[in-house]
Write a protein that binds this ligand. Structure first.
Ligand SMILES: [Zn+2]
Length: 313
């Protein structure tokens, strides 16, 4: 006699083994707003980019955090902010086609979230590096990927990347030439719809905080609704395990390394003292975390999946 369970199993198809991750989309309610982390993918790199830290110490911290070694795997995130009665706002545009094909996924993940890029009312940039401003337009067709959006960016950021004198200073350095090339190619077509800012409320409920150092106009955005806040701290860290524990650690593409350290210390102090929920463009997806003091530095405590998330009543 055959076991009926065996017979039933024999008629089932073999399981399909997934070979891609589900779309990188995660919603977090902040008061009556919703901030959605939209993954742009990730970038693998080496530890040579870290400055002001012993290589062995960086490897030890990454190893203790069970991160893949050697090297680093860096999340690239973008965010969508939605408030009742207003068009959606995007924070940063990911890396487009400028870096590796493990990134440049923002448009795909926006679509997966049911968001049409044509409906975006504003794109806020933390800064104009290629992993943040690389997805504003299609470099082949030159079509604007956010055709109806106002581009909102710190005035010092625009001044730096579009200035011929600044470009002349780095001419001959392939990495910096690439960075300038991307910033100009991506942002120039938006200049007719660009609103530069210095500080303060840049959109309803969104305040820009000056964070110079990584780039001259590098900015964080503090989102507040009701009694809840979220600090999207831009590129305060690139390799969180190392730079959160050792805030003096910088990266080779910090334009003003001392300024970047001072900004990181100020933002860390603010986040820890005020018990602010933070998110970063390079925190591991979906990026929502808390920061606590630990030893001479800090530690990140990623927020658990927000089970209580509810759509607006
Ligand atoms: Zn970055």
């Amino acid at each position: 006699m055959t076991d009926p369970r065996e017979q039933a199993a024999a008629s089932l198809p073999n399981a399909e083994i997934p070979n891609t991750q589900i779309p990188g989309v995660y919603h977090r309610r902040i008061g009556d707003m919703v901030v959605s982390a939209i993954s742009d993918g990730y970038l693998d790199g080496n530890l040579e980019v870290l400055i002001n830290v012993d290589r062995s110490e960086a490897e030890r911290l990454l190893g203790e955090a069970f991160r893949p070694l050697p090297g680093r795997r860096t999340s690239v995130n973008t965010f969508v902010v939605r408030a009742p009665g207003q068009p959606a706002v995007v924070i940063d545009a990911g890396s487009g086609t400028y870096l590796f094909d493990t990134a440049g996924q923002q448009q795909k993940n926006l679509a997966a979230a049911g968001i049409d890029a044509k409906d975006i009312g504003a794109v806020l940039l933390t800064h104009m590096h290629p992993d943040h401003a690389g997805g504003l337009l299609d470099p082949d067709t030159k079509a604007l990927l956010f055709p109806n959006a106002e581009l909102v960016v710190h005035e010092k950021e625009l001044a730096h990347w579009l200035d011929e004198g600044e470009y002349a200073k780095i001419a001959g350095n392939p990495m910096h030439e690439r960075f300038f090339g991307c910033a100009r190619e991506q942002v120039t077509p938006y200049l007719g719809q660009t609103r530069p800012f210095t500080a303060g409320e840049v959109m309803p409920g969104i305040h820009a905080i000056d964070c110079p150092g990584h780039t001259p106009g590098h900015s964080s955005f503090l989102i507040t609704s009701g009694n809840e806040s979220l600090l999207i701290w831009g590129d305060t860290v690139h390799v969180p395990e190392v730079q959160v524990a050792l805030p003096e650690t910088g990266v080779t593409y910090d334009i003003d390394p001392a300024g970047a350290i001072a900004t990181r210390r100020r933002i860390f102090d603010m986040a820890a003292s005020e018990r602010l929920l933070v998110a970063g463009l390079h925190l591991h997806f979906p990026a929502f975390s808390w920061l606590k003091r630990q030893g001479a530095g800090y530690a990140l405590v990623p927020e658990a999946w927000d089970q209580a998330f509810r759509p607006a009543p």
